[in-house]
Ligand binder design. Sequence first.
Ligand code: RIB
Ligand code: CA
Length: 310
Amino acid sequence: MPVPVIIDCDPGHDDVFALWLAAGNPAIDLLGVTTVGGNGRLEHTTHNARVALTVAGVGGVPVAAGADRPLRRELTPAAWIHGENALGGPVLPDPTVPLDERSAVELISDLLAEAAEPVTLIPTGPLTNVATLLEQRPAVREKIKEIIWMGGSTGRGNVRAYAEFNAWADPEAADLVVKAGLPFTMVGLNISHQALITEEVLRSIAAIGNETSAFGVDLLRFFCGAYDAVEGMPEAPLHDPITVALAIDRTVATVRRSRVDVETQGEFTSGATAVDLRGMLGREPNADIAITLDVPKFWQLVRDAVANLK
Ligand code: RIB
Ligand code: CA
């Protein structure tokens, strides 16, 4: 039976591939997509989610917009990586996928209520919508099978010395979700930097030869160009789809049960995810931390999904 999934995202180049992996793999039943301010302003991330599904020919999946800013902080879009419209590179077609009139919290709540079984929630941006959902609709907890989040890091950060962007953008939301006591898997920079977009990866995706792959290669070339210019990394890490890959096949990565806490007070460390991998603090473990990626298996899942799309 396909795994029922809801993706909460901030497209964002890598978010697009997470959406495509979910839509293109038969082991996933993509119930809905919600958007959050993160890589770009909400109007851009929402437009881009609709564009991603339009390009791939994915219909019948509701898309609803959520929070336009973090719980307590200002939004700082990552335009330095994703561009001013949060999906720099190709010309974006007008989306044919409609915008659902419900809010993200309303759509997720409705989908969870209707689901025949508990649903896997896959946030690939700041956790503002998920935190708001858990605060406003606590009864939904029983219909959430697990949360698989792209965010945090067991090591250094990317937007700050010790903070990864999704955690840094809304540390209060991340803190609330991590402490919610739901089954939680963290896909941090420590593993996402194993999913590098090499020339071979680009060639193999281009060779798929459909519209989705052509659009995707344009996205990846822009993404790699930005990473090269900003981070000195011409082979950019494709962070977000690792979450969906884990929902498809748990063997795609090793995980370690650990304790993670989110720093919300630090002058220099706000947004840091303190992962106690060796249990030195004796605190109750609260997350599965993704550690090592089966890189060939991951990219094969991505290619197979893209090949199934338009
Ligand atoms: O730090 C990487 C994360 O921040 C990814 O989810 C990327 O899309 C951005 O949202
Ligand atoms: Ca993202």
